[in-house]
Design a protein around this ligand. Structure first.
Ligand SMILES: [Zn+2]
Length: 271
């Protein structure tokens, strides 16, 4: 499932290919993936892309008239720019002609997850990003330390809550908590300030490392089929239950925390 680094990589790839491109025509998007009235998508014709950016795990494509085409990849969605003569894949829910033989396509096999929003602007009431918390890559260390100090919630539950921190998912939460040597169920306000700051740093490092890997994945794949293979991650904790902890050798434990599968080392990660 794409998390923040994967979405960031898609955004960077789209930025290169979409900015200044004008939409010549658009096929009516599939209603299964549209989360705003479908008629709105027709207004994209004739508009150019001004910018592409990320909000949590949402992809925001700003048009030259201020409207925002917004996408969420859900579990398996893909947003790609490719040659229009490429066969239409099953579950292609959006096709926009960009001229010069290129098309923007949104492919969403598991359409109950993810989707498309056509927003009239940043204040649109249907904006799914309105309640997102700060981005883990841009929040300051001081703000992060204060955020954790203000809540009695458990560390992993807080990090997964998109209203508190936008874009972190299960994999990178486990990896960041492992790197910071903090137990997933540690109470946030009981962590010392240096440990909270260490978690802030660990989150950034884990995400930056994954984005770096994604950059090379993108370069390898983009000319082949316009697709982005998700990253081959070297994970220390996530998905490694029973395997030795890379730091101390004790088998990695597995439990359910905040309703999610959680992997951690009981020796290295403390409350
Ligand atoms: Zn360990």
């Amino acid at each position: 499932m794409p998390e923040l680094p994967e979405v960031e990589t898609v955004v960077r790839g789209l930025r290169d290919r979409l900015i200044r491109s004008r939409i010549r025509s658009i096929a009516p998007p599939n209603r299964r993936s549209t989360r705003t009235p479908r008629a709105r998508f027709g207004r994209l014709v004739g508009r150019s892309f001004r910018d592409v950016h990320r909000a949590g795990k949402f992809i925001r494509m700003a048009m030259d008239d201020g409207r925002l085409l917004t996408a969420h990849l859900g579990m398996t969605g893909r947003l790609v720019v490719l040659d229009g003569d490429r066969p239409i894949e099953q579950h292609t829910h959006l096709q926009a002609d960009l001229g010069r033989g290129r098309e923007l396509r949104f492919v969403n096999p598991r359409w109950c997850m993810g989707g498309l929003w056509m927003l009239n602007g940043p204040a649109d009431l249907l904006d799914p990003t309105a309640e997102l918390g700060p981005d883990p890559l841009t929040i300051s260390a001081d703000a992060f330390v204060e955020l954790l100090g203000s809540t009695r919630r458990q560390a992993k539950a807080l990090l997964l809550d998109q209203r508190c921190m936008a874009g972190l998912g299960n994999i990178y939460c486990d990896e960041a908590l492992f790197a910071a040597r903090i137990h997933p169920r540690a109470r946030c306000d009981r962590l010392s300030r240096p440990r909270r700051r260490r978690l802030w740093r660990a989150i950034r490092d884990v995400l930056a490392d994954a984005i770096d890997r994604g950059g090379s994945t993108l370069r390898d794949y983009r000319n082949v089929d316009g697709d982005v293979g998700w990253f081959q991650l070297s994970l220390a904790a996530y998905g490694r239950a029973g395997h030795p902890c890379p730091a101390c050798g004790k088998p990695i434990s597995h439990a359910t925390t905040a309703g999610r599968s959680t992997h951690y080392c009981t020796r290295c990660q403390r409350f």
